[in-house]
Ligand binder design. Structure first.
Ligand SMILES: *[C@@H]1O[C@H](CO)[C@@H](O)[C@H](O)[C@H]1NC(C)=O
Ligand SMILES: *[C@@H]1O[C@H](CO)[C@@H](O)[C@H](O)[C@H]1NC(C)=O
Ligand SMILES: *[C@@H]1O[C@H](CO)[C@@H](O)[C@H](O)[C@H]1NC(C)=O
Length: 232
Protein backbone atom coordinates (compact mmCIF):
# COMPACT_ATOMS: atom_id res chain seq x y z
CA UNK A 1 0.00 0.00 0.00
CA UNK A 2 1.51 3.38 -0.93
CA UNK A 3 1.34 6.32 1.42
CA UNK A 4 -1.59 7.88 -0.43
CA UNK A 5 -3.60 4.73 0.13
CA UNK A 6 -2.72 4.42 3.79
CA UNK A 7 -3.65 8.07 4.29
CA UNK A 8 -6.98 7.32 2.64
CA UNK A 9 -7.56 4.30 4.89
CA UNK A 10 -6.77 6.40 7.94
CA UNK A 11 -9.26 9.01 6.82
CA UNK A 12 -11.92 6.34 6.40
CA UNK A 13 -11.23 5.01 9.88
CA UNK A 14 -11.48 8.52 11.33
CA UNK A 15 -14.74 9.11 9.48
CA UNK A 16 -16.18 5.87 10.81
CA UNK A 17 -15.24 6.85 14.35
CA UNK A 18 -16.85 10.26 13.85
CA UNK A 19 -20.02 8.64 12.50
CA UNK A 20 -20.12 6.20 15.38
CA UNK A 21 -19.98 8.95 17.98
CA UNK A 22 -22.46 11.13 16.06
CA UNK A 23 -24.96 8.29 16.10
CA UNK A 24 -25.05 8.07 19.88
CA UNK A 25 -28.50 9.10 20.97
CA UNK A 26 -31.70 8.85 18.99
CA UNK A 27 -31.95 9.68 15.30
CA UNK A 28 -35.45 10.92 14.55
CA UNK A 29 -38.95 11.26 15.98
CA UNK A 30 -42.26 9.72 15.12
CA UNK A 31 -44.86 12.46 15.19
CA UNK A 32 -48.14 10.59 15.68
CA UNK A 33 -51.61 12.02 15.21
CA UNK A 34 -54.92 10.29 15.75
CA UNK A 35 -58.48 10.66 14.52
CA UNK A 36 -60.86 11.12 17.49
CA UNK A 37 -63.66 9.25 15.69
CA UNK A 38 -61.50 6.08 15.72
CA UNK A 39 -60.26 6.36 19.28
CA UNK A 40 -61.88 3.54 21.28
CA UNK A 41 -61.92 5.45 24.58
CA UNK A 42 -63.89 8.20 22.87
CA UNK A 43 -66.21 6.21 20.64
CA UNK A 44 -66.84 3.08 22.71
CA UNK A 45 -66.51 4.42 26.24
CA UNK A 46 -67.74 7.97 25.60
CA UNK A 47 -64.76 9.19 27.49
CA UNK A 48 -64.09 12.82 26.73
CA UNK A 49 -61.41 15.07 28.19
CA UNK A 50 -62.72 17.28 31.01
CA UNK A 51 -62.79 20.13 28.48
CA UNK A 52 -65.57 18.36 26.57
CA UNK A 53 -65.93 16.87 23.12
CA UNK A 54 -62.60 17.07 21.29
CA UNK A 55 -62.41 19.07 18.06
CA UNK A 56 -63.34 17.37 14.80
CA UNK A 57 -59.72 17.26 13.85
CA UNK A 58 -56.66 15.09 14.05
CA UNK A 59 -54.88 15.52 17.37
CA UNK A 60 -51.42 14.72 18.60
CA UNK A 61 -50.84 11.32 20.16
CA UNK A 62 -47.12 11.48 20.66
CA UNK A 63 -43.74 12.87 19.66
CA UNK A 64 -41.33 10.02 20.18
CA UNK A 65 -37.57 9.72 19.75
CA UNK A 66 -36.37 6.60 17.93
CA UNK A 67 -33.12 5.11 16.71
CA UNK A 68 -32.82 4.38 13.03
CA UNK A 69 -32.72 0.65 13.73
CA UNK A 70 -36.33 1.00 14.92
CA UNK A 71 -35.61 0.74 18.63
CA UNK A 72 -36.25 3.39 21.24
CA UNK A 73 -35.35 4.16 24.80
CA UNK A 74 -38.17 4.95 27.18
CA UNK A 75 -38.53 6.42 30.67
CA UNK A 76 -35.01 7.93 30.55
CA UNK A 77 -35.07 10.43 33.38
CA UNK A 78 -38.43 10.25 35.09
CA UNK A 79 -37.14 10.21 38.66
CA UNK A 80 -35.25 13.51 38.17
CA UNK A 81 -37.56 15.07 35.67
CA UNK A 82 -41.17 13.86 35.90
CA UNK A 83 -43.98 15.61 34.03
CA UNK A 84 -44.63 19.01 35.59
CA UNK A 85 -47.76 20.82 34.41
CA UNK A 86 -46.48 24.14 35.75
CA UNK A 87 -43.68 24.13 33.18
CA UNK A 88 -46.17 24.33 30.31
CA UNK A 89 -48.84 26.56 31.85
CA UNK A 90 -48.61 28.96 28.89
CA UNK A 91 -49.27 26.07 26.48
CA UNK A 92 -52.18 24.45 28.31
CA UNK A 93 -55.04 25.81 26.23
CA UNK A 94 -53.24 24.99 22.99
CA UNK A 95 -52.47 21.54 24.38
CA UNK A 96 -56.12 20.94 25.26
CA UNK A 97 -57.14 21.85 21.70
CA UNK A 98 -54.40 19.96 19.85
CA UNK A 99 -53.23 17.21 22.20
CA UNK A 100 -56.31 16.16 24.14
CA UNK A 101 -55.84 13.14 26.41
CA UNK A 102 -57.90 10.78 24.28
CA UNK A 103 -56.03 7.52 24.51
CA UNK A 104 -56.26 7.24 28.27
CA UNK A 105 -58.76 5.84 30.72
CA UNK A 106 -61.53 8.31 31.52
CA UNK A 107 -60.27 8.96 35.02
CA UNK A 108 -57.00 10.13 33.49
CA UNK A 109 -58.38 12.27 30.73
CA UNK A 110 -57.07 15.78 31.37
CA UNK A 111 -53.31 15.58 31.50
CA UNK A 112 -52.90 11.81 31.48
CA UNK A 113 -51.62 11.57 27.92
CA UNK A 114 -49.25 14.50 28.38
CA UNK A 115 -47.60 13.04 31.46
CA UNK A 116 -47.47 9.57 29.92
CA UNK A 117 -45.82 10.83 26.72
CA UNK A 118 -43.39 13.10 28.55
CA UNK A 119 -42.33 10.49 31.10
CA UNK A 120 -42.05 7.68 28.54
CA UNK A 121 -40.63 9.51 25.50
CA UNK A 122 -39.99 13.18 26.27
CA UNK A 123 -37.43 12.39 28.97
CA UNK A 124 -35.46 10.52 26.28
CA UNK A 125 -35.44 13.45 23.85
CA UNK A 126 -33.70 16.00 26.06
CA UNK A 127 -30.85 17.63 24.19
CA UNK A 128 -29.73 21.07 23.29
CA UNK A 129 -32.26 20.88 20.43
CA UNK A 130 -35.12 20.06 22.79
CA UNK A 131 -33.96 21.40 26.13
CA UNK A 132 -36.66 20.21 28.47
CA UNK A 133 -40.37 19.75 28.84
CA UNK A 134 -41.53 23.12 27.51
CA UNK A 135 -39.41 22.84 24.36
CA UNK A 136 -40.65 19.30 23.79
CA UNK A 137 -44.35 20.15 23.92
CA UNK A 138 -43.88 23.40 22.01
CA UNK A 139 -42.04 21.57 19.20
CA UNK A 140 -44.89 19.08 18.84
CA UNK A 141 -47.52 21.84 18.77
CA UNK A 142 -45.51 23.71 16.12
CA UNK A 143 -45.33 20.55 13.99
CA UNK A 144 -49.08 20.15 14.15
CA UNK A 145 -49.53 23.75 13.01
CA UNK A 146 -47.40 22.95 10.00
CA UNK A 147 -49.41 19.95 8.81
CA UNK A 148 -53.18 20.16 8.70
CA UNK A 149 -53.88 16.50 7.91
CA UNK A 150 -57.65 16.90 7.85
CA UNK A 151 -57.44 19.70 5.29
CA UNK A 152 -54.91 17.75 3.22
CA UNK A 153 -57.24 14.76 3.05
CA UNK A 154 -60.37 16.83 2.42
CA UNK A 155 -58.66 18.61 -0.47
CA UNK A 156 -58.26 15.17 -2.06
CA UNK A 157 -61.93 14.34 -1.50
CA UNK A 158 -61.22 12.15 1.55
CA UNK A 159 -63.79 13.23 4.13
CA UNK A 160 -64.65 11.99 7.61
CA UNK A 161 -68.12 10.90 6.56
CA UNK A 162 -68.08 7.20 7.37
CA UNK A 163 -67.15 6.35 3.77
CA UNK A 164 -64.41 3.97 2.67
CA UNK A 165 -61.33 5.32 0.94
CA UNK A 166 -58.42 3.65 -0.76
CA UNK A 167 -55.42 3.43 1.51
CA UNK A 168 -53.26 4.34 -1.47
CA UNK A 169 -55.26 7.57 -2.01
CA UNK A 170 -54.64 8.54 1.63
CA UNK A 171 -50.93 7.89 1.21
CA UNK A 172 -50.70 9.87 -1.98
CA UNK A 173 -52.69 12.86 -0.66
CA UNK A 174 -50.29 13.22 2.27
CA UNK A 175 -47.22 12.53 0.15
CA UNK A 176 -48.31 15.19 -2.33
CA UNK A 177 -48.78 17.76 0.47
CA UNK A 178 -45.65 17.25 2.55
CA UNK A 179 -43.31 15.38 0.22
CA UNK A 180 -42.96 12.29 2.43
CA UNK A 181 -44.91 9.13 2.89
CA UNK A 182 -46.83 8.64 6.14
CA UNK A 183 -47.21 5.32 7.95
CA UNK A 184 -50.83 4.62 8.70
CA UNK A 185 -52.24 2.65 11.57
CA UNK A 186 -55.74 1.21 11.42
CA UNK A 187 -58.03 -0.27 14.02
CA UNK A 188 -61.58 -1.55 13.79
CA UNK A 189 -64.91 0.03 14.60
CA UNK A 190 -67.55 -1.69 16.73
CA UNK A 191 -68.76 -3.63 13.64
CA UNK A 192 -65.28 -4.82 12.71
CA UNK A 193 -64.64 -2.42 9.81
CA UNK A 194 -61.03 -1.39 9.37
CA UNK A 195 -60.69 2.35 9.89
CA UNK A 196 -58.15 5.15 9.75
CA UNK A 197 -56.76 5.52 13.27
CA UNK A 198 -53.29 7.10 13.45
CA UNK A 199 -50.92 8.81 11.06
CA UNK A 200 -47.18 8.62 11.67
CA UNK A 201 -44.83 11.19 10.16
CA UNK A 202 -41.09 11.29 10.72
CA UNK A 203 -39.28 14.37 11.98
CA UNK A 204 -35.51 14.91 12.06
CA UNK A 205 -33.72 15.02 15.37
CA UNK A 206 -31.95 18.32 14.74
CA UNK A 207 -33.97 20.32 12.24
CA UNK A 208 -37.36 19.25 13.63
CA UNK A 209 -38.74 19.24 10.08
CA UNK A 210 -40.54 16.42 8.32
CA UNK A 211 -38.31 13.85 6.72
CA UNK A 212 -38.40 10.43 5.08
CA UNK A 213 -38.84 7.76 7.76
CA UNK A 214 -35.47 6.03 8.35
CA UNK A 215 -37.43 3.00 9.52
CA UNK A 216 -41.14 2.28 9.78
CA UNK A 217 -42.88 1.21 12.99
CA UNK A 218 -43.60 -2.12 11.31
CA UNK A 219 -42.90 -3.36 7.81
CA UNK A 220 -46.58 -3.53 6.92
CA UNK A 221 -49.55 -1.43 7.89
CA UNK A 222 -52.43 -3.30 9.48
CA UNK A 223 -54.86 -1.62 7.08
CA UNK A 224 -57.08 -3.09 4.39
CA UNK A 225 -56.75 -1.62 0.88
CA UNK A 226 -59.90 0.44 1.51
CA UNK A 227 -60.57 1.84 4.98
CA UNK A 228 -63.33 3.73 6.71
CA UNK A 229 -62.88 7.36 7.69
CA UNK A 230 -65.48 7.64 10.46
CA UNK A 231 -67.45 10.78 11.12
CA UNK A 232 -66.86 12.56 14.40
C1 LIG B 1 -32.38 14.61 34.02
O1 LIG B 1 -33.16 15.64 34.57
C2 LIG B 1 -32.43 16.59 35.33
C3 LIG B 1 -33.42 17.55 35.97
O2 LIG B 1 -34.14 18.27 35.00
C4 LIG B 1 -31.42 17.30 34.40
O3 LIG B 1 -30.65 18.22 35.13
C5 LIG B 1 -30.52 16.25 33.74
O4 LIG B 1 -29.69 16.88 32.80
C6 LIG B 1 -31.35 15.20 33.05
N1 LIG B 1 -30.48 14.14 32.56
C7 LIG B 1 -30.54 13.72 31.31
C8 LIG B 1 -29.59 12.60 30.97
O5 LIG B 1 -31.29 14.18 30.47
C1 LIG C 1 -57.08 21.32 12.74
O1 LIG C 1 -55.71 21.36 13.09
C2 LIG C 1 -54.94 22.19 12.25
C3 LIG C 1 -53.49 22.08 12.66
O2 LIG C 1 -53.01 20.81 12.38
C4 LIG C 1 -55.41 23.60 12.36
O3 LIG C 1 -54.67 24.40 11.47
C5 LIG C 1 -56.89 23.68 11.98
O4 LIG C 1 -57.37 24.99 12.20
C6 LIG C 1 -57.70 22.71 12.81
N1 LIG C 1 -59.05 22.67 12.26
C7 LIG C 1 -60.13 22.65 13.03
C8 LIG C 1 -61.43 22.59 12.31
O5 LIG C 1 -60.08 22.68 14.24
C1 LIG D 1 -59.54 2.42 -5.35
O1 LIG D 1 -58.95 1.19 -5.67
C2 LIG D 1 -59.69 0.42 -6.62
C3 LIG D 1 -59.04 -0.94 -6.72
O2 LIG D 1 -57.66 -0.82 -6.89
C4 LIG D 1 -59.74 1.19 -7.94
O3 LIG D 1 -60.48 0.48 -8.90
C5 LIG D 1 -60.37 2.57 -7.70
O4 LIG D 1 -60.32 3.33 -8.88
C6 LIG D 1 -59.66 3.30 -6.58
N1 LIG D 1 -60.41 4.52 -6.28
C7 LIG D 1 -59.83 5.69 -6.13
C8 LIG D 1 -60.74 6.84 -5.78
O5 LIG D 1 -58.61 5.87 -6.26
Amino acid sequence: MNSYHSYFVELLVLQCLALASASLGYNFHYFVQQWPGSQPYVTRKSCYPTTGKPATNFSITGFRPYYKDGSSETFCNVSNNPFDLSKISDLTSKMQANWPSLARPCSDSTTGLWSHEWDKYGTCSESRYLPGEHAYFKAALDLKDRVNILQILEESGIQPNGGFYNLSSIHSAIHKAIGYDPWIKCNTDASGNGQLYQIYLCVGRYELTFTECPVLPRTTEDCASAIKFPAF
